[in-house]
Ligand binder design. Structure first.
Ligand code: ADP
Length: 420
């Protein structure tokens, strides 16, 4: 058993993002969907295991319970350190869930102090004097101040966290981080002596995060976004399993898209422009009783098996509104998930070996219907969008799950052409 680091991510795409970060750091990484149980598999020789929960915006009590269950499972698999991954914009409210979950993880671990840094420099998220920046703006001046669930109107991380925990919150400012690993360790000890439990650290770039990762190596619980996870991963002694994760070869390739995000619509347009076969699913016809799945399978069987295909429900904003007005938002979503889920099962049974799923909710629906609980993370096609390897319905499958707005406009073409 080699598991070094167990990670709990507070949402699905955050799980993929942090798993890709551990993989970039050279760790063999598994990604598990939902609170695992005794049946949930963990591949041998993993250095890191990431559990993707949906605990960002649930009630704090539920988020705590799920996170503690995930921590117990990770410990049972041998994890020596727990990393709690949340959004690089610190998505939370005074009720939580970052503070309550972190406190519960610390209590369970019997740990006195943790290091926290949500910086994610490639995405323009930096921390200076404890203040969170989104590119050149303070968090509170950025569009995140209008976030529908967790509006972020205060840029001060110590203040945001202090509202979510009864414990003391402290800061390690940039000059100490720039002074190096020993200086950060010294500062952590000082904070511990002073009774501080949550230590926020400044970080402007990946070098700062590497210093913080090395200084935090012995802490039982560390928290942050994907940036500090990568810093931590790089601080672990080389695992010797950094060779590329092999993906299944042969068989057919497909994209199933349910996202209506602007970037996914661009990716669909590029797939079409590349002259590759694509099929739009008629959601209203399906709701009216037409066997849209059977029609799509006839179409699929008639395509050149050498070429990747795209099957999509994704709609332009106008079309989406029209369908939602006619069916209701819930029924429209259920139709889309039903169609794409059924197609995923049929395509795998027909020998599909590479599947790219576009859309966060859509990915959840497809993994559920394929009963996929665990995947192994392979190489990234784009930042935060890795290929993964899994087994479903008795077959090996290369699977890419992407949130709607992730990936370059040519992702679908490139990812499926490259792996052929
Ligand atoms: P993203 O990651 O871009 O948010 P999701 O898969 O999470 O993508 O969400 C896309 C939503 O759009 C889903 O709820 C899906 O059911 C809905 N949807 C997709 N295509 C259609 C369509 N043609 N008509 C109505 N709703 C649709």
């Amino acid at each position: 058993m080699t598991l070094r680091i167990g990670c709990i991510a507070d949402d699905f795409t955050g799980g993929t993002d942090v798993a890709a970060a551990f993989r970039r750091a050279g760790l063999r990484t598994a990604l598990v969907f939902g609170v695992p149980d005794t049946e949930t598999p963990l591949p041998d020789d993993c250095d890191a295991a990431v559990i993707a929960l949906k605990s960002r915006s649930t009630a704090a009590g539920e988020a705590v319970d799920d996170s503690l269950a995930a921590q117990r499972w990770l410990w049972s698999k041998g994890a020596a350190q727990i990393y709690f991954k949340y959004c690089s914009t610190f998505d939370s409210t005074p009720k939580g869930n970052i503070g309550p979950v972190t406190d519960a993880l610390l209590d369970a671990a019997g740990a006195r102090l943790t290091l926290a840094c949500p910086a994610s420099p490639p995405n323009g998220r930096t921390v200076y004097q404890g203040h969170l920046f989104v590119h050149d703006q303070l968090l509170s001046d950025s569009p995140l101040r209008h976030h529908p669930l967790n509006p972020m109107t205060d840029p001060s991380l110590p203040r945001l966290l202090a509202a979510q925990t009864p414990h003391r919150v402290g800061l390690i400012a940039l000059p100490t981080v720039r002074a190096g690993v020993d200086a950060v360790r010294e500062a952590l000890l000082t904070h511990e002596r002073d009774g501080v439990r949550h230590v926020i650290a400044d970080a402007l770039d990946d070098d700062d995060l590497a210093v913080l990762g090395a200084a935090a190596l012995e802490l039982p619980v560390v928290t942050g976004a994907a940036g500090l996870a990568e810093g931590l991963g790089r601080a672990y002694p080389a695992s010797g399993t950094t060779a590329a994760e092999p993906l299944p070869t042969g068989g057919r390739s497909a994209v199933l898209a349910g996202s209506c995000s602007a970037r996914t619509l661009e990716q669909i347009a590029q797939f079409y422009a590349a002259g590759l076969p694509s099929l739009h699913l008629d959601v209203l016809a399906a709701a009216a009783g037409r066997d849209v799945v059977a029609e799509a399978l006839d179409w699929y069987d008639a395509q050149d098996p050498e070429l990747p295909v795209l099957i999509y429900a994704s709609a332009s904003p106008d079309e989406l509104t029209a369908v939602q007005q006619q069916l209701g938002v819930g029924e429209a979503a259920a139709q889309v998930e039903g169609l794409l889920g059924a197609l995923a099962v049929h395509l795998v049974d027909r020998g599909l070996r590479r599947l790219l799923v576009a859309g966060g909710e859509t990915s959840g629906a497809v993994t559920t219907v394929l009963n996929i609980r665990t995947v192994l993370v392979a190489e990234e096609a784009d930042p935060g969008v890795p290929w993964t390897r899994t087994t479903t319905r008795g077959r090996d499958l290369a699977l890419m799950l992407k949130s709607g707005n992730f990936g370059a406009p040519d992702l679908c073409v490139r990812a499926l052409e490259e792996t052929r």
